[in-house]
Ligand binder design. Structure first.
Ligand code: BTN
Length: 340
């Protein structure tokens, strides 16, 4: 009898069913009727799977969920996956923190990073994840990736947003390389899969009062790799998404995406040119669309008007044309796609 013909045990059958729908809940009733099993047999199988180290959540009225995101994010595993940036980066891994951007800024303020090496702080959970314009960034444990680069770039502070664009390209390329999934970039700092935001980027910096130059810049990246089991917070439930909403993920995916982002980003930074803008333009989901322009990112109060996006310049400015024919080059602010 070969392996295929071998009769599957109840435990294997339950595992296969849960794995087919990994990271989503399947009710006990559904498992019972699909596999013709009693509740007691299912419970025994679930316990057996847990003893085999599978992480299976059980919630009353929702059923069972096999968690495939549980592969730990770890500094050692990230470093093991690094390629291009292996000798150029110092990875500081924290199981949990308030905000990796704040950690990186603290190191920047103390001048505690090594010269000639870029530092990146990575965490599995942020209790006070920061988004743009004072918003928070939901950073649940075990499902995402939260990382902040500390850099000393020789660019003027008003061009620091180009780091955000470079990071967006790095994230998009890394996700495609590791998962095969193609993403789009919404100027200036959001990454989308279809109509869901799966990544946000927040660039902050410190400017020397003496020289007016950047002392340091911190580029913070938050990626939703798996959807949190409890769902995204109410206020972003309709707009947020994850790379894997359900179903199978590639092995060791969080550590690999993290390492790939580091490699891609450092390579772009090392090149010190703006050739990456060509790819940024190609990946933009805004060119040719009508958008609402909010220079201060504050919904209705600051609404400047509706405009058509014409292009993205070599300095990553968004070129928009208002209905009255006025053309503006935006290097900051927020735009959102106009809904009809
Ligand atoms: C946004 O979408 O508004 C930007 C979100 C940026 C989130 C990342 S997660 C890692 C880093 N640490 C933070 O507190 N924020 C950034």
């Amino acid at each position: 009898m070969n392996n295929k013909e071998k009769k599957l045990s109840t435990k294997d059958k339950v595992y296969n069913l849960l794995r087919d729908r990994a990271n989503t809940f399947v009710s006990g009733q559904e498992i019972a009727s699909e596999l013709s099993l009693t509740r007691a047999a299912i419970w025994k199988a679930i316990n057996g799977l847990r003893l085999d180290n599978h992480q299976i959540k059980a919630i009353n009225n929702r059923g069972y969920c096999l968690v495939l995101s549980s592969q730990p994010l770890s500094g050692t595993l990230i470093e093991r996956e690094l390629g291009y940036a292996k000798d150029k980066i110092k990875v500081i891994f924290l199981e949990q923190t308030e905000s990796t951007n704040e950690d990186a800024k603290r190191i920047g303020n103390e001048g505690a990073d090594e010269e000639g090496t870029i530092t990146v702080v990575v965490s599995d959970y942020q209790s006070k994840g920061k988004g743009r314009r004072g918003r928070s960034f939901a950073s649940p444990k075990g499902t995402g990736l939260y990382m902040s680069f500390l850099l000393h770039p020789s660019i003027s502070p008003d061009k620091a947003y180009m780091l955000t664009c470079a990071a967006a390209i790095a994230v998009s390329a890394a996700i495609e390389k590791i998962t095969g999934i193609v993403t789009a970039i919404k100027w200036v700092n959001d990454i989308y899969i279809e109509d869901k935001k799966i990544c946000g980027i927040l660039t902050e910096g410190s400017v020397s009062m003496e020289t007016g130059a950047l002392d340091y810049a911190v580029v913070g990246i938050g990626v939703n790799i798996f959807a949190p089991l409890e769902g995204f917070p109410e206020e972003i439930r309709n707009t947020a998404g994850a790379i894997y909403e359900n179903g199978e993920a590639v092995d060791n995916v969080r550590n690999r995406i993290c390492a790939a982002i580091i490699d891609e980003f450092i390579e772009i930074i090392d090149k010190a040119d703006n050739n990456f803008v060509k790819i940024y333009r190609e990946k933009s989901n805004l060119i040719g669309r009508y958008v609402k322009v909010n220079p201060y990112g504050d919904s209705k109060k600051a609404l400047k008007g509706y405009a058509k996006v014409l292009d993205i310049t070599d300095s990553c400015e968004l070129v928009v044309e208002y209905d009255n024919g006025d053309i503006e080059y935006l290097s900051s602010g927020e735009v959102s796609v106009k809904k009809y």
